[in-house]
Design a protein around this ligand. Structure first.
Ligand SMILES: [Zn+2]
Length: 463
């Protein structure tokens, strides 16, 4: 995610840790209603591992109504008597498990589902949820007061869900530690284009509507899924190195298009592939929509979503996230600097690559710009707290940490470390300790003091 206005420092939230551990036993028990993330105790769900989502989303911009059907294929990780999915506000009309009607109740953002029989541990099952209603975007301190999630636009909808808003439009285990593959079919009135993740499978008309079918074959976190709908000018092709490109731009932005979104996207995808390792997805691209109420851009998997025409620097930031955040995802949200610090550092690397400013000079400028008594230095980067998880320190001090690491271990080790990290955790999840361990292994140095100073401690470090 990239902020287009400076983040306000909200009050530090007390992260209520509500961690439910269920002992393995042969007797069937309900899955936990959360995955155990201290920032969001009820996000994600226990007792199963999501494998594949099949989403049907029909949207009518005139009434703002969404009618959906989601089939999740999952594997039980315990003998399950019941389990939860995350869905906000929308009405659920029917739930089926393995094709049979299942009982369900709603409590807050949870759908509590009780199948007719036990779901045995290690066995795959399907759950189909039929639902509908008028989706509501979220708003709150986490994304600095901006709307996020399912956001209505003048000609459709802009969908960008970090960190907890996938549940504004489909039922899921809404946490990045439970990644899955996706088929996404978007049904919208003719003349509108539905844009989603992965590759376009087919487009066809049905009953005066157009259905656009997308498939994401690589594991994806729920918050990176999109079903953005509107009038779009679409340009497709391939990067010079051969990765397919799909760029959709809202035609009302054509005149304000001072940045060559297609060109920068293709160039940066190829450049990052040299620096960070092979591009992890089947397609690259961009969704550029007219959504002034969203003050951010998001690294939607395979096609970053921009709520306006953004700068070259923002585009390279969101594309760097395809490696740092999308392919290698956080295990818990407190590790968010592994996404934002790295994508910000990528912006510094891009300036260096273009001969504009070295990463060292970017470090110095950022360091000197903030006096020691600035609130900036009061965020603990490795555990920034929920409501300040996107504070600028997570981005900028995170990037400073990487520059300090680079100067300590040297360019050879540093530029070996980045692709080693993306290879080791490709399509998976990782945490800060994993990164430190790999940095120490590749450099052969003890680095505890560096990380202690830069990400585990507040206050302005002495350089
Ligand atoms: Zn970002």
């Amino acid at each position: 995610m990239a902020l287009s206005r400076s983040a306000r420092l909200g009050a530090l939230a007390t992260a209520a840790a509500s961690f439910l551990l269920i002992a393995a036993s042969s007797a069937p028990t309900p899955g936990a209603d959360g995955i155990g993330d201290p920032y969001f105790p009820q996000l994600g769900n226990g007792g199963f591992d999501a494998r594949h989502y099949d989403l049907d989303v029909a949207y009518n911009p005139d009434t703002d109504r969404l009618d959906g059907r989601t089939t999740l294929t999952a594997r039980a990780t315990q003998n399950l008597s019941a389990f939860d999915l995350d869905l906000q506000k929308l009405d659920v009309t029917k739930v089926e498990v393995n094709g049979r009607r299942a009982d369900f109740t709603r409590a807050g953002d949870e759908i509590h589902i009780t199948p007719r029989g036990t779901l045995p541990k290690d066995r795959t099952f399907t759950v189909t949820v039929t639902y509908g209603g008028v989706p509501e975007a979220l708003n709150g301190p986490i994304v600095f007061g901006s709307d996020y999630g399912w956001m209505k636009t003048t000609d459709g909808v802009f969908v960008a869900c970090e960190p907890n808003a996938a549940s504004t439009w489909f039922p899921s285990s809404d946490h990045p530690s439970d990644k899955a593959t996706y088929d996404i079919r978007i049904k919208a009135p003719k003349g509108l284009t539905g844009v989603s993740n992965g590759r376009l499978v087919s487009t066809y008309d049905r009953g005066g509507q157009t259905v656009t079918h997308w498939r994401e074959n690589r594991p994806m976190a729920t918050y990176l899924a999109t079903a953005t709908i509107g009038k779009f000018d679409v340009k497709t092709g391939k990067t010079p190195a051969g990765t397919p490109v799909y760029v959709a731009i809202d035609p009302v932005l054509a005149n304000s298009n001072s940045v060559d979104v297609y060109g920068v996207t293709a160039e940066a995808t190829d450049y990052w592939s040299q620096v960070f390792g092979p591009y992890p997805f089947e397609e690259t691209g961009a969704i550029v929509d007219d959504m002034p109420e969203a003050g951010f851009s998001l690294e939607v998997q395979s096609k970053p979503a921009y709520s306006a025409v953004r700068s070259e620097s923002t585009i390279v930031h969101e594309l760097a996230h395809q490696w740092f955040g999308d392919s290698v995802s956080v295990e818990r949200w407190k590790d968010i600097w592994l996404n934002e610090g790295f994508a910000t550092y990528a912006q510094w690397l891009w300036s260096e690559h273009k001969g504009i400013r070295s990463a060292h000079d970017s470090f110095v400028a950022g360091y000197n710009a903030r006096p020691a008594d600035s609130a900036f230095w009061q965020i603990t980067v490795a555990d920034p707290q929920r409501d300040t998880m996107f504070a600028s320190a997570v981005y900028q001090r995170g990037a400073m940490t990487l520059q300090m690491l680079r100067e300590r271990i040297g360019d050879t080790a540093f530029f070996k470390l980045l692709p080693a990290w993306t290879k080791l955790h490709r399509y998976g999840n990782a945490n800060t300790a994993d990164f430190i361990r790999l940095a120490e292994k590749i450099s052969g140095q003890q680095l505890d003091d560096l990380f202690q100073t830069w990400i585990y401690t507040t206050g302005k470090p002495v350089v």
